[in-house]
Design a protein around this ligand. Structure first.
Ligand SMILES: Nc1nc2c(ncn2[C@@H]2O[C@H](COP(=O)(O)OP(=O)(O)OP(=O)(O)O)[C@@H](O)[C@H]2O)c(=O)[nH]1
Ligand SMILES: [Mg+2]
Length: 215
């Protein structure tokens, strides 16, 4: 009887937990983004005061966000060149990937143009690498055009058409998967709730292929 009651209690109180992997070049805004996600009012452990004074991540930050109907365990890993080799060890256990782009550092975001400003080519190669990795196959990907608060940013539609769509549809685009490109500012928090809403709906949608952990 005790075991039955305990089982029922655990069933009634447990929630699904999904792991979200934050990727992108160094300085893209991943750690700033995680600070804003932690401060969202829908997070039961909301701290309300995001720490926006970040330093380059060496290693990883992990935060669990308690939403009303699920936990999101968010893995923020360093984007510096020397740290990108570590990314692949997270692929097999993640439920969604967020690829953060600094919208002020991708030239005019058109990969078909030969002259290039900023880190467009580096960004393209890194995104292709993620899409081609077998362990990340079928994982939903949200591309965030970050730093949209800055006047010198490239607008989201250009990042979507000139970079993301071309990479996804190109030879190195990997398998078909659920994806979306959204604008945001991790600094001001604009677009962060929309990003989390998209992630929640897509990890659930994909849960037969990548089941959540019950917690
Ligand atoms: N204007 C503006 N600045 C931002 C935004 N997001 C991040 N930044 C700034 O960009 C710099 C890098 O931000 P981080 O969040 O540390 O970048 P990261 O992607 O975690 O970098 P790594 O840890 O090296 O991979 C910081 O100075 C942030 O304040 C944004 O949306 N707008
Ligand atoms: Mg960081």
């Amino acid at each position: 009887m005790y075991h039955l009651m305990k089982g029922l209690y655990l069933y009634a109180t447990s929630k699904e937990e999904y792991s979200i992997l934050l990727l992108g070049l160094d300085n893209a805004g991943k750690t700033t983004l995680i600070e804003q996600v932690k401060a969202l009012p829908t997070n039961a452990n909301s701290q309300h005061h995001p720490n926006l004074k970040t330093v380059p991540t060496v290693g990883q930050n992990v935060s669990t966000i308690a939403l009303p109907d699920m936990y999101l365990k968010i893995w923020d890993v360093g984007g510096q060149h020397s740290l990108r080799g570590l990314w692949q060890s997270y692929y097999s256990s993640c439920h969604a990937i967020v690829f953060v782009i600094d919208s002020t550092d991708v030239g005019d975001a058109d990969i078909e143009k030969t002259e290039e400003l900023g880190r467009l080519e580096e960004c393209r190669l890194v995104l292709e690498d993620v899409l081609q990795n077998e362990d990340a196959e079928g994982v939903p990907i949200l591309v965030l055009a970050n730093k949209q608060d800055r006047e010198d940013c490239v607008e989201v539609v250009r990042i979507k058409e000139g970079l993301v769509r071309r990479v996804f549809e190109g030879g190195k685009g990997g398998s078909v998967r659920d994806s979306r490109v959204l604008p945001c500012s991790a600094l001001t928090g604009t677009g962060v709730q929309e990003a989390v809403d998209w992630l929640c709906s897509r990890v659930r949608w994909n849960k037969e292929s990548r089941p959540p952990v019950m917690r």
